[in-house]
Design a binder for this molecule. Structure first.
Ligand code: NDP
Length: 403
């Protein structure tokens, strides 16, 4: 049984804390769980909720994860086997530095992004490969849903369903409705930076760029979700997947957005509210997107308001035993069920469950190998077994005849 340290007590952190407590109780997967974040009150509130729902007591602590010496002091005090970084992408490198210094394994759900540029890339974290390997420590990158489960889905399909993949389409559908005119379902600043970035996809060995959300397709989702418009975006798992799925011809990522969301985003962009560079206002430096994020609903508050389903999965075309084959592997999650179980909406839930499962894989040794890893580099079977057992059942259907 391993002690773990969770950093971040927001929308996703809340699900991670609940799920780790459930796994500690049900499987003895974790021993002592410490929850730390910038704001101690949020950790204490969350620990009280976890105790009420599961009976498990979490320790709490305050830490600024951008302060590496302070992080090291906390890690030395808690002495966990693993740090789960559920804060923001800006903290990734600082937390990795602290883990290396203290000899502790690392896990996150989003790749590093420098605060001053809306640009994410794995190069900064892949650069830690040798140091983690030499220290005998494991760093697992992107253990959320997308990235995360989508990477593991790809690995599972390559293990069981296809000999060669030609086309990968990752399709993320949130068919839920929170009734708010404009709200993001995870951290608003990170979400808006991602959605307003230029689109990018992989085609015959190179990246092709598009204007933001310029390409769209209508997709018919299963389980009575039906037709939804999906928009092409760049998403971080494409970078590792095109490396780790040799010979892939095309890889794209699509996400659904409501008309209302897109209209608001367009207007906010037109008036400069999504800018990430500081603007002087009444003698103070203000970053417009950070000010906007302050005004928008806290994603954690959307839990009781959201109704409907999410459906996230991979459509993969390729060859099996010399024949063309297309499969679709996906999970459907119901917002109301997530709220009933852990008090969160499905976006936080679908991110938090795989973060806990990734942590379990590391601490029980199943996935614990020295170095820095993306999820598709590990054996998908034990992860997907636990994923289903902990609330995210999935299925894979053969679409070859429907082509
Ligand atoms: P929230 O903004 O709701 O929560 C972030 C938490 O991190 C807050 O508790 C915040 O503290 C804390 N935090 C921020 N900065 C620091 C710091 N310097 N030191 C310590 N704690 C800090 O974000 P979400 O929960 O929505 O998202 C969490 C992560 O999950 C993000 O990286 C996001 O990109 C990722 N994500 C991944 C997905 C996937 O499928 N892979 C999907 C959705 C999200 P405070 O309370 O003080 O603000």
């Amino acid at each position: 049984m391993a002690d773990i340290l969770i950093i971040g007590a927001g929308g996703v952190g809340s699900v991670v804390a609940h799920k780790c407590a459930q796994a500690a109780k049900k499987d003895g997967a974790f021993a002592r769980i410490t929850l730390a974040s910038r704001t101690l009150a949020r950790c204490r509130d969350l620990a009280a909720q976890v105790r009420e729902r599961t009976g498990v007591i979490l320790d709490t602590a305050q830490v600024d994860a951008d302060d590496v010496p302070a992080l090291c002091r906390l890690i030395e005090k808690v002495r966990p086997s693993l740090v789960l970084n559920i804060a923001l992408p800006y903290q990734d490198l600082h937390i990795m530095d602290a883990c290396l210094e203290c000899g502790v394994n690392y896990l996150d759900t989003a790749n590093y992004e420098p605060p001053e540029t809306a640009h994410f890339e794995y190069k900064w974290q892949w650069a830690y490969q040798e140091r983690f390997a030499k220290a005998g420590l494991c760093a697992l990158l992107g253990s959320g849903f997308d990235p995360g489960v989508t990477n593991v889905f790809a690995a599972w399909v390559m293990k069981h369903e296809l000999d060669q993949v030609e086309v990968l389409d990752i399709i993320d559908c949130n068919a839920g409705d929170h009734g708010q005119p404009f709200a993001t379902n995870f951290n608003p600043e990170i979400n808006i930076r991602e959605v307003t970035a230029r689109g990018r996809y992989w085609e015959r060995g190179e990246w092709v760029e598009t204007d933001p959300l310029a390409w769209r397709m209508d997709y018919d989702f299963p389980e009575k979700i039906g037709h939804r418009m999906c928009y092409l975006m760049y998403h971080e798992e494409l970078e590792s997947l095109v490396r780790n799925l040799p010979g892939i011809r095309r890889a794209r990522f699509w996400m659904t957005f409501s008309e209302s969301y897109l209209n608001h985003l367009k207007v906010l962009g037109n008036v400069g509210m999504t800018r990430i560079d500081p603007v002087e206002f009444h003698g103070q430096q203000i970053v417009p997107v950070q000010f906007l994020a302050r005004l928008l609903p806290d994603p954690a508050s959307l839990g009781p308001l959201t109704r409907g389903k999410t459906c996230i999965g991979n459509r993969m075309q390729g060859v099996k035993d010399g024949r063309k084959k297309t499969v679709y592997i996906y999970n459907v999650c119901v917002h109301e069920d997530c709220y009933a179980e852990v008090g969160s909406q499905a976006i936080s839930y679908t991110t938090g469950v795989p973060a806990m499962v990734g942590a379990k894989m590391i601490v029980d040794g199943t996935w614990n190998k020295p170095g820095v890893w993306n999820m598709e580099q590990m054996d998908p079977d034990p992860f997907l077994k636990d994923l289903a057992a902990y609330g995210l059942p999935w299925q894979c259907v053969d679409l070859t005849d429907r082509e």
